[in-house]
Design a protein around this ligand. Structure first.
Ligand SMILES: [Zn+2]
Length: 202
């Protein structure tokens, strides 16, 4: 086994080792959670799947398509990756890469960070598998999880806030579970707390 095969580090999409077969995905209906993103070709562990473009917002923003981004920001991806569902045992993760070749970003001001966000496979993915990530929502935003994985945490909530989530969110469970709306994709409708954009990947 080579050093590369032993590594668990994600392979940069710009690397010669990258497969460069990006965005081999489609949107389709899942069994229990509305729309999801599915692989249309096998994807090797650690490889880049596609570049994620979207809006970065303050963490108080509420949307069914949001993913925690850093400690206090939220990412709302554009199509197709806005349909990535959460799993407590995800097969994908988001990686932020600093762009070394800046020639294609000449339109940006020098002060802007030259970063790209990419979806990567955490393990080998078969054609037809649903792609999932860990949303990592903070406990105030957490809702019950329907991912169905053996290690499901019961809540779509970042791991380090799970106990806090369980302690304070129990009172809201009844209200949530009596609604007809049992999908993660629709429970957190945008609220009046939406804040202005703090940045974007576009
Ligand atoms: Zn779960």
């Amino acid at each position: 086994m080579t050093n590369e095969e032993r590594s668990t580090e994600p392979i940069p999409p710009f690397s010669r080792r990258s497969s460069r077969r990006f965005d081999k995905v489609k949107i389709a209906t899942t069994a229990t959670r509305g729309l999801g993103v599915f692989a249309t070709a096998p994807i090797k562990a650690r490889h880049a799947i596609g570049r994620v473009v979207g809006k970065i917002k303050d963490s108080v923003y509420r949307s069914s398509y949001c993913i925690a981004y850093g400690d206090d920001k939220i990412l709302e991806p554009n199509h197709p990756y806005k349909y990535l569902n959460h799993s407590c045992d995800p097969n994908c993760e988001l990686i932020e890469w600093t762009i070394v070749d800046q020639s294609k970003y000449t339109e940006l001001e020098p002060s802007e960070p030259l970063l790209e966000l990419w979806l990567h496979a955490l393990r080998d993915i078969e054609r037809g598998d649903e792609l999932t990530i860990d949303y990592g929502w903070d406990w105030q935003s957490a809702i019950r999880c329907l991912c169905g994985s053996p290690n499901c945490r019961g809540w779509i909530c970042r791991v380090d806030q799970l106990e806090l989530c369980k302690r304070f969110n129990v009172a809201t469970v009844v209200a949530q579970e009596t609604t007809d709306n049992n999908t993660a994709s629709e429970k957190n409708a945008p609220s009046e707390q939406q804040k202005s954009l703090a940045g974007n990947f576009s």
